[in-house]
Design a protein. Structure first.
Length: 487
């Protein structure tokens, strides 16, 4: 046995490229054809492995179906199942013909039947066990991997759809699992490497994995980017290309700011800060597996593949300063304040944070006031009930005896973050940013500066969030600077 482990841990596949195609890049037969062409072009030059998302909106549809099943609304469940089958069968018809079409149709029908079985189980239980949800929701990626591999085959590229459940080993935090890298590495070397070495292109499902004892998990919404980076690290890839629907990482979300520019290069740290503060273009956990191995990542547009995209690297040439602004709606601010001088604010904060650490709720920003001994933190709205429940349980005595004021929640807020290497050294920058936001008459509620030297995070009133993003983008001339630096 020891011999075989040594064997699979041999030399890395030289020059391996991992390419990940997101939901819009897999969203129709035409898009799959383009993704297949892009894969083939690279495969002619170097070894490649592909990671695919479910077709756009499919994951939302699957999750909705499971909720309906839990509620016993079988009419809606059946309607959704029909739409799921229809969308993939239409794509099959446009991509394939002859026996390959028959085989793919059978594969799609089997996967839809598998999803249907889980939905019916959920209806009978009247609840959605997280483990069953993860098993069911990964069927979106299994469907798109099946279509992509079948089409590549038709085009003369030997390809194989691979369920990442057989490759990515995770902990058992269903819905937001974390990979166990050693085990994943062994499995990736055993399952994917022989395919790659035989010239077969693996088309791996994004988003999912399984615990060491085989229970299906997922990596969190938008997690296919993370799947791709996990595999890039596990296979010692030389590059990771993330194909999406915009020209790369921009100075701001193009859906909010009318004139953002593409950043030619950003550092791992900048990309991670942007992602953690809401830039959907990358899943927040994508960069972590790559940093140590310094595997470069490209964010590229599958709708305009000739454009260079953004390269994510350890260091960049661009001058220091604010480079991009990002935002997060759907967050809530929670404040705790002692109601008695006998209670130490620091101890309170420690206990509250301890309680939060036992939930999956993530603290996005934190501020405290030494004078009032109070502290305030920001969480995602969908994690708010769990956060409050945990804190109330941990501090029930203090709350009951009036040592602690009732917990205050403000869910009418949004987070804005300005990101750039070396920003801390820029004199007067914070002042300019606050003035720009205030000029728009947007209320600044909290400021969380200092935890990271490359981010200034500001909590503002929800209805002013987009306005504030545009104002900060203009004030820092982010678009112009990015365009200038590209020359
Ligand atoms: P995919 O399905 O390919 O994973 P996503 O929808 O998850 O794509 O992410 C791409 C989207 O991220 C873009 O369409 C864009 O609206 C959004 N986005 C948010 N912030 C940024 C940013 N700073 N740069 C580029 N895109 C951004
Ligand atoms: N399909 C999954 C989602 O929509 C994962 C991904 O697309 O990255 O969340
Ligand atoms: Mg995404």
């Amino acid at each position: 046995m020891a011999g075989s482990i040594k064997e699979v841990r041999g030399e890395a596949v030289k020059d391996l490229l991992i390419m990940k195609f997101g939901g819009t890049s897999m969203g129709s037969a035409d898009r799959i054809k383009i993704a297949a062409r892009l894969s083939r072009e690279q495969l002619e030059q170097r070894p490649v492995a592909v990671v695919v998302s479910a077709m756009s909106k499919v994951t939302d549809g699957l999750l909705d179906t499971l909720r309906r099943a839990e509620a016993g609304d079988m009419e809606a469940v059946n309607k959704n199942l029909e739409a799921l089958a229809e969308r993939h069968l239409v794509a099959c018809g446009e991509l394939l013909s002859g026996p390959a079409l028959d085989e793919a149709v059978k594969g799609v029908e089997e996967l839809v039947a598998e999803f249907s079985r889980i939905s019916h189980g959920i209806r009978m239980l009247g609840e959605r066990p997280p483990r069953s949800v993860d098993e069911a929701v990964a069927i979106g990626e299994r469907l798109s991997a099946l279509l992509m591999a079948a089409y590549l085959d038709k085009k003369g590229v030997r390809a194989k759809a691979v369920n990442a459940k057989e490759v990515i080993v995770t902990d058992s935090v269903f819905g937001n699992a974390t990979p166990i890298m050693d085990r994943t590495r062994d499995k990736a070397q055993r399952v994917l490497r022989p395919l790659i070495e035989d010239g077969i292109l693996p088309v791996v499902t994004g988003f999912n994995g399984a615990t060491a004892d085989g229970r299906p998990t997922t990596l969190g919404r938008g997690g296919s980017d993370f799947s791709a980076s996990i595999l890039a690290a596990a296979l010692d890839a030389s590059e990771l290309w993330i194909w999406t629907d915009v020209d790369g990482i921009m100075t701001a979300d193009p859906r909010i700011v009318p004139d953002p520019a593409v950043l030619a290069e950003v550092t791992y740290r900048e990309a991670a800060e942007l992602a953690y503060n809401g830039a959907k273009v990358l899943h927040p956990r994508t960069l972590a597996p790559l940093v140590e191995r310094e595997i470069p990542v490209w964010s590229k547009n599958s709708f305009a593949p000739e454009k260079p995209g953004t390269k994510i690297v350890p260091e960049v040439q661009a001058p220091p300063g604010p480079r991009a602004v990002t935002s997060m709606a759907g967050v809530a601010l929670v404040s705790l304040e002692p109601d008695s001088a006998e209670v130490s604010g620091t101890r309170l904060m420690g206990r509250a944070l301890d309680a939060l650490s036992t939930t999956s709720a993530e603290v996005l920003a934190l501020t405290s006031s030494s004078y009032r001994q109070s502290f305030t933190f920001l969480v995602r709205k969908d994690e708010l009930p769990r956060a409050i429940e945990a804190i109330e349980a941990a501090l029930s005595l203090e709350l009951a005896h009036g040592y602690l004021k009732p917990i205050e929640v403000d869910d009418n807020v949004g987070l804005l973050a300005v990101v750039g290497e070396g920003m801390r050294g820029a004199p007067g920058l914070a002042g300019r940013i606050f003035t720009a936001i205030s000029r728009e008459k947007v209320n600044i509620i909290a400021i969380a500066q200092g935890s990271s030297e490359l981010t200034i995070a500001i909590v503002v009133a929800r209805d002013g969030l987009e306005k504030a993003v545009r104002a900060v983008h203009a004030e820092c001339r982010m678009g112009e600077l990015a365009r200038y630096n590209q020359k």
